[in-house]
Design a protein around this ligand. Structure first.
Ligand SMILES: Nc1ncnc2c1ncn2[C@@H]1O[C@H](COP(=O)(O)OP(=O)(O)OP(=O)(O)O)[C@@H](O)[C@H]1O
Ligand SMILES: [Mg+2]
Length: 264
């Protein structure tokens, strides 16, 4: 689905992502893990066009998308959620989804802000698109509640619905289970499985190892911006370099995943 070759970005002297060559296979769930500051969110920012790489290539289904802008990458079928929830708490669940639809489809952010004729025309389309996305995440029944009234899990679902509005084929989820209790996490895992069963390819960054180990087909491990291991959950779990990355120099208590317990 997506291949990156020698991908890197430098901020001043800091290589946030360095020479990463990896694939996100179609129809699979790929998890990207690594200690805090490893470059996971930056990796997503590169793939989704938020950052321009200082080296390497990004190839989506055989087409080079390295230099494309965010909205162009969205247009090619790649959507993302953000590590920090970006919903509008005082608006309804449906209004949030509709904003997702407006920003991510034809009208574009500028049109949405300026309320151009094209944007007004798209109002009905946004409503329909927003409702469709809410159905996919199981929130159709809560469409008219204010988004701030939803649980953490519900709010994360709204964020996913907003991303689904552009009808992506590849969905990037940055810490989708952050702040969720174990039961909510299990529900979210079921939703992600459903989306993949429906044909979506998913890549996710997550600290919660129960989710990563229970959901991922493959795992990429970043450490100091570099890919230090990749493989199945079982392969990665027992990889000495991975264990060292999580144990060495990190004051989170040792075990993989403990970094995520307090990570909201
Ligand atoms: N816009 C930026 N300007 C300067 N440095 C940046 C920028 N974005 C990220 N970095 C740096 O890149 C490194 C990787 O950050 P990143 O946010 O990708 O880590 P992460 O793996 O997502 O961590 P976390 O698990 O805490 O979310 C950090 O050293 C960070 O300070
Ligand atoms: Mg991050």
């Amino acid at each position: 689905m997506l291949d990156v070759q020698g991908l890197g970005i430098r901020f001043g002297g800091n290589h946030a992502v360095r020479d990463v060559t990896a694939s996100l296979p179609a129809g699979q769930i790929t998890a990207i893990i690594g200690p805090n500051g490893a470059g996971k969110s930056t990796f997503f920012n590169l793939i989704s066009g938020f950052y321009q790489p200082t080296s390497g290539r990004i190839v989506l289904e055989g087409q080079d998308i390295t230099r494309l802008k965010t909205h162009e990458v969205v247009g090619r079928g790649v959507a993302r959620t953000f590590q920090t929830t970006t919903i509008y708490r005082e608006l309804s669940v449906l209004e949030n989804a509709m904003i997702g639809h407006r920003v991510r489809t034809k009208a574009g952010l500028l049109d949405a802000l300026l309320r151009t004729g094209r944007e007004r025309q798209d109002e009905a389309g946004s409503r329909a698109g927003g409702l469709r996305a809410l159905e996919r995440v199981g929130l159709a029944g809560q469409a008219h509640l204010s988004a701030g009234a939803l649980s953490q899990e519900g709010q994360k679902r709204v964020g996913i619905a907003m991303a689904l509005c552009s009808d992506p084929r590849l969905l990037l989820l940055d810490e989708p289970a952050a702040g969720m209790n174990p039961e909510e996490t299990v529900n979210l895992m079921a939703l992600i499985r459903e989306l993949v069963a429906g044909g979506l390819t998913v890549a996710l960054v997550e600290h919660k190892m129960s989710l990563v180990m229970g959901l991922a087909d493959r795992i990429l491990v970043l450490h100091h911006g570099q890919l230090i291991a990749q493989g199945t959950p079982e392969e990665v779990r027992t990889d000495p370099a991975v264990i060292e990355a999580y144990l060495g120099g990190h004051a989170h208590g040792g075990q993989m995943g403990q970094a995520g317990v307090s990570h909201a």
